[in-house]
Design a protein around this ligand. Structure first.
Ligand SMILES: [Fe+2]
Ligand SMILES: [Fe+2]
Length: 245
């Protein structure tokens, strides 16, 4: 049995705009993403997941900028859209070597599922039967990690909990804690670690701007850009944590 862990990092909510210098909540998106470089290189990921809101404006140029930086950090790079993204534009720009859209990736003996909860005309997320279909492919005897942009449970911050994954029971009724170890998400721009139905619920901090927790409004947290890492062992053991630049 291999004891080698597969290292995956989750980068979320980069909010890059086409126009260089465009700020997001008073921060520089590409500069802050680039500040993570030493952390990413230390972690030496075997794969990267971009978990949505890669772009602020849905422009091709924003995806090109992120791809050019991130593809140097490790591959494959799996991606899914957030509410600020434009999936057709992402598909076009990220149709390049090293990038994959799943929806089911096989990494280190794990099944890593990329669910698309984004609808271009609204900020909250939803998973309909078609978007949930990849879960039916899962092998119940192999560990699984689910990625989705929107929070599958409330995180306790009213400013973002008003834009949740609606009808979230549709997701939960399809997840079996025997194989699904965690649901990882972005969107909330803060670190959250909880549990639902025996399954861990973990957010990644934004790579550009995060809020203090449990605040009624977005309140900039000076701890800076962050990422979530996972170590996945083929026997189903796993570990996860957060790093800031
Ligand atoms: Fe976001
Ligand atoms: Fe979002």
């Amino acid at each position: 049995m291999s004891e080698q862990a597969f290292t995956l990092i989750q980068l979320s909510d980069c909010h890059v705009s086409a126009q260089p210098g465009t700020e997001y909540r008073g921060c520089q998106p590409m500069n802050n993403l680039a500040r993570l470089d030493p952390v990413v290189r230390e972690l030496a990921p075997d794969a990267i997941v971009l978990s949505g809101d890669v772009s602020e404006d849905g422009s091709a140029e924003s995806y090109r900028q992120v791809a050019a930086l991130v593809e140097d950090w490790g591959q494959p790079i799996a991606w899914l859209p957030g509410n600020h993204d434009e999936r057709p534009v992402m598909e076009e720009v990220l149709d390049r070597p090293g990038f994959i859209a799943g929806p089911v990736c096989h990494f280190g003996g794990w099944q890593v599922v990329l669910l698309d909860s984004a609808w271009h005309d609204r900020p909250e997320g939803e998973l309909d039967a078609e978007r949930l279909a990849p879960l039916a492919e899962l092998d119940g005897d192999q560990p699984a990690l689910i990625f989705v942009h929107h929070q599958p449970i409330a995180v306790g911050s009213p400013w973002i909990d008003k834009y949740p994954l609606v009808e979230n029971q549709r997701l939960w009724e399809r997840l079996n804690a025997r194989c699904v170890k965690a649901v990882a998400f972005g969107h909330v721009h803060q670190v959250f670690e909880g549990e639902h139905a025996g399954i861990a619920c973990l957010s990644a901090p934004s790579t550009v701007a995060n809020s203090h927790r449990d605040t009624p409004k977005f309140t900039l947290d000076e701890s800076g850009p962050g990422l979530r890492w996972f170590r996945l062992w083929p026997d189903g053991r796993w570990a996860s944590g957060v790093r800031h630049a």
